[in-house]
Write a protein that binds this ligand. Structure first.
Ligand SMILES: *Cc1c(COP(=O)(O)O)cnc(C)c1O
Length: 394
């Protein structure tokens, strides 16, 4: 029989530069490969496995649901979908309603559709422009690629939908708002762009300005959401009231799910938007359990204690290797170390894997950490030990 690597090379389109490892099982923040080697996972997919690998509560909930029903379509009521919507809205603290899809890009597509429909005014000019930021990342569909403020991604796939405008920084957004603008879409901590938090006061000032202009503020929380920054939403941390929020990565604990939620509860009517798989029994059952688990560790203070412990160890690691790292960035369990050059960064990531710890890249120069929010002290200690070995053998 062909090895998995051979099968992949023969039958899967080569859109990913895969690392030479095949994981076969996991346990919280630990992963095991096909040779039985153990790794500490400081990436959790890419901020996806928010409650760790093989979480028993999530798995039990899914298995129980699967023994009854997986799918009926959205033509009928779906109990876990309604419950997940309630849990998400309540945890957010906002007065919103949800639409469920299957990914971050789809959630952002929904957000853009909400903004465009909101911008449709009878008798007046149609407002259709969406302003996004340079270095942003909003997804891989044709529209969300165009929404992404990274010119190198606007390549072979055109023509793209019109109406996306890029601001160099958060402070430049205001001057780009015109009579055709329906929304501004931003990440509060740019993930793929380099774990770069936006300035809190600049965000609050922009939020106020957009309210006064009746322009929607869409916060892409696909990566920052579901307690990644220590609060349910980064929007809570920034103390703003967005009109639209999107979530995906950490929400299903590994199961595909995306959600767009908005204060504009009447913007869509039946038939305006839809998804075959969105909000099905499987994904929303997982989301209910994930939100319950994380609500509990947030309320008990356990989450903040883990964030503080991780941050302390990261600070020590950063301090011990100032010849390699130029700054420490991020919020909560979304952290990064800027590396002096991109070759060194590539070497660190590959060598770290050899030493038994999984870390990520963000942008050109950032070593990124997105561990499970349930990571233990022992797992954190083991991970940093492996990282120190990595750096001393560079
Ligand atoms: C990952 C990500 C997306 C895209 O999510 P997919 O599930 O891959 O479609 C969109 N926005 C942000 C901020 C992301 O981090």
């Amino acid at each position: 029989m062909d090895s998995i690597k051979d099968l992949d090379k023969k039958y899967v389109l080569p859109t990913y530069a895969r690392a030479d490892v095949e994981f076969v099982s996991g346990d919280n923040a630990k992963l095991y490969d096909a040779n039985g080697k153990r790794y500490i996972d400081f990436a959790s997919g890419i901020a996806v496995c928010s409650v760790g690998h093989a979480n028993k509560r999530v798995n039990d909930a899914i298995c129980e649901q699967l023994s009854k029903l997986t799918h009926t379509s959205n033509l009928y009521y779906i109990a876990p979908q309604a419950k997940a919507a309630q849990k998400i809205v309540e945890a957010s603290g906002y007065d919103m309603k949800c639409f469920f899809g299957n990914s971050g890009a789809e959630a952002n597509e929904g957000a853009i559709k909400i903004a465009r429909k909101f911008g449709e005014k009878e008798g007046e000019i149609k407002r259709y422009k969406v302003i996004t930021l340079q270095h942003s990342f909003h997804g891989r569909t044709i529209t969300t690629v165009k929404a992404t403020g990274q010119a190198y991604m606007h390549n072979y796939f055109g023509p793209y939908p019109d109406g996306f405008v890029y601001a160099d920084t958060i402070n430049d957004v205001e001057s780009l708002v015109d009579d055709h603008t329906c929304a501004v879409m931003i990440e509060l901590v740019q993930g793929e762009g380099g774990v770069q938090p936006l300035d809190r006061e600049a965000v609050q000032k922009l939020a106020k300005f957009l309210k006064s202009k009746d322009v929607l503020l869409i916060i892409d929380e696909v990566q920052t959401g579901v307690y990644r920054t220590g609060k349910f939403l980064a929007s809570n941390y920034y103390d703003i009231e967005p009109d639209v929020v999107t979530l995906a990565k950490g929400l299903g604990g590994g199961v595909p799910i995306g959600v767009v939620m908005t204060t504009h509860k009447d913007v869509f009517s039946a038939g305006d938007h839809g998804s075959t798989f969105g909000g099905n029994f499987l994904s929303t059952t997982a989301a209910c359990e994930v939100v319950d688990i994380l609500n509990d560790i947030y309320a008990s203070g356990e989450l903040q204690a883990s964030i503080d412990y991780f941050d302390g160890e990261l600070e020590k690691f950063y301090g011990a290797h100032r010849d390699i790292f130029t700054s420490k960035v991020g919020i909560g369990m979304m952290c990064g170390l800027r590396v002096k050059d991109s070759d060194t960064l590539a070497k660190i990531i590959a060598n770290a894997r050899e030493e038994g710890v999984i870390v990520l890249r963000a942008g050109r120069d950032t070593l990124r950490f997105l561990p499970a929010l349930t990571i233990t002290r022992e797992e954190i200690d083991e991970g940093f030990k492996a990282l120190n070995r990595t750096l001393s053998s560079l």
